[in-house]
Design a protein around this ligand. Structure first.
Ligand code: FES
Length: 124
């Protein structure tokens, strides 16, 4: 059902766990199943220097979170804002149709974390 890439990320997720003192946090829930994903980012000079996730969800959601963190680290905030849920799915080699909704949390949570950071760092 899952390809090798997904089976690599699911049991060995990258950047899993809560981050202390993040620059921004984004949390989204999946309407379809009730699962929750939380993304923490550290921002320096408009660039994401660290990213972690906490996902209360299925293996596909965990693999999506893990892949997202690898895609995003080192990117500028604008580059990270351009990452879509479809990008995450494509980099995972494609989730099975029935699990596609599980990848719909990752980019959304990231975008919320960036919005949270920008809100906290508004300069008047
Ligand atoms: Fe809920 Fe996959 S079943 S995120």
């Amino acid at each position: 059902m899952y390809n090798e890439k997904i089976m690599d990320h699911f049991p060995n997720p990258r950047n899993a766990g809560e981050m202390l003192h993040p620059s921004g946090v984004g949390e989204v829930g999946n309407m379809k199943c009730g699962d929750i994903m939380k993304i923490f980012i550290k921002v320096e000079d408009d660039r994401i220097t660290a990213i972690n996730f906490l996902t209360f969800g299925c293996g596909a959601a965990i693999a999506s979170s893990s892949m997202l963190t690898e895609l995003v680290k080192g990117k500028s905030l604008d580059e990270a804002m351009a990452i879509t849920n479809k990008d995450v799915d494509e980099h995972l080699g494609g989730l099975p149709d029935a699990k596609l909704h599980c990848s719909n949390l990752a980019a959304d949570a990231l975008h919320k974390a960036i919005a949270d950071y920008r809100e906290k760092n508004l300069t008047a």
